[in-house]
Every structure is written in C-alpha cells, then in structure tokens.
Write a protein that binds this ligand. Sequence first.
Ligand SMILES: Nc1ncnc2c1ncn2[C@@H]1O[C@H](COP(=O)(O)OP(=O)(O)OP(=O)(O)O)[C@@H](O)[C@H]1O
Length: 250
Amino acid sequence: MNRIESKNLQVYFGDNHILKGITTEIPKNTVTALIGPSGCGKSTFLRTLNRMNDLIPNFKKEGEVLLDGDDIYSPRLDVADLRKKVGMVFQKPNPFPKSIFENVAYGLKIHGHDDKEFIAQKVEESLKSAALWNEVEDKLDNSALGLSGGQQQRLCIARTIATNPEVILMDEPCSALDPISTTKIEDLIQKLKKEYTIIIVTHNMQQATRVSKYTSFFLHGEIVESNFTDKIFVEPKEQKTEDYITGRFG
Ligand SMILES: Nc1ncnc2c1ncn2[C@@H]1O[C@H](COP(=O)(O)OP(=O)(O)OP(=O)(O)O)[C@@H](O)[C@H]1O
C-alpha cells in the first residue's frame, strides 16, 4: 500500500524549474532512499512532502502530492496538522536550546497536551524508541546542547516521533556524524521502519543499500529510475543510473 504519491509534480523557484514532472509512489512502512548528484532536486522533493517549500519566496508548484489519497496542497488542509503527520529530521542536528526533556515535550505541548504524567510517559517512550533513553535518563534536565552530535540527532528523531507521525523525512541525517553515530542512526532507521514510512536523502550509496528497500535516482529534477534498492544497485535499467552509482559522475 502506498502512503505517498506524487503525480506530475513540477516545482519552480521563480524562473528556475527545479522538479520536472515527478510521478512516484512511496510505499507504507518501509524505507525509500533518494539519491542523485548535488542540486538534482532531492531535498526540494522531500520538502514538498510536508510543504516546507511553501516558506520559500517565489515557490510555485503544479501537479499533485497525495498522502493516503488526500491532496496535501488542498486549501482545506491544515499545514500544522500535515507537519504533525509528516515529521522531518535535518542534516545538522538542530535541538532547541532547552533541556533534553523539553526538546521532546515541546511538540506535545504545542499540540495541546498539558497532562504532566502523559507528557513524561511520552517523552520516555520516544527517547526509548530513538535508542537514547539509556544515555540520558539521569540527565533529562540538562541542556540538549551538551549532547554529542549523534545523541543530538537521536534526540531530534525522538522529538519527531513524540507526536506520532506517519511519515519521517530525513535529509542526509548522518552527514554531520561520525561512523559510530551513523551506525546507531542506521540501526534506528531499521527499527523505526516497522511503524513509520521513512524517506531518506543520502549521498552515501552504501547507506542507501544498508537502510532502504526502495531507491529513486534523481537527475536534473527528474526521476531517472525507481526500483527495489537491490535492483537499482545490482542491475540498473538505465545507463545514467549505472554511471552515477559506479561513480562516473556526481
Ligand atoms: N531556497 C531556494 N531558493 C532558490 N533555489 C533553490 C532553493 N533551494 C534550492 N534551490 C535550487 O534548487 C535546486 C535543487 O536543490 P536541492 O537542494 O533540492 O538539490 P539536492 O539534490 O538536494 O542537492 P544536495 O544533494 O546538494 O543537497 C538547486 O539548483 C538549488 O540551487
């Protein structure tokens, strides 16, 4: 079953035509990797899925993006609600300058929860799901900024899952991390895919093969090829895909 579908999606920033007719399907509760050279539109596509591009001046979009069959660009849609369903983790860990506890509780509070016991329970649950609880349980009131980069990224994942999203968008989530922290995040992605639909932009081909079931190869604002990750990396159908994955460009 597909969680997300895009149909002939075109994106422009002013006169620049960035996405040129993206038609694709993202299956539910699995990991899809988006690969391709710098500037090909991977992040722009990812950001259309929770309407983050709306904040960019001169952004224009044509075509459709459906979440569970509903048009996410419908004027009737509440964007805050959409972003609760479609959470995002960025390249650089970006915890708030608040305590570890408050970072995870924040989303719950802005979504109207005020029961302290519920919030404490949810914070613990989310930190456990993000494989961080054991490292922080006795210092929840310390500043999140005192954590290592890898711990901060897992905290950002805990913050995202605290509000029960359906989809988690990850834009190069490991590119600022050391190899050990990267392994922890990759293990976490494997665990989270049972409950969440995950879309990850990565420049690291090994990472795409390790974590994802499906891969889409982007080039110049188009998808050249989408398939099972094994197929893309072992027997790509398109010459351009083969050239990219064998390091001939990009
Ligand atoms: N805020 C913006 N305003 C104008 N143009 C932008 C903006 N953000 C991105 N672009 C342009 O859109 C194109 C696609 O960028 P995007 O970040 O989606 O590529 P990408 O494939 O994710 O690249 P990278 O791998 O380097 O992150 C680029 O030409 C970029 O310059």
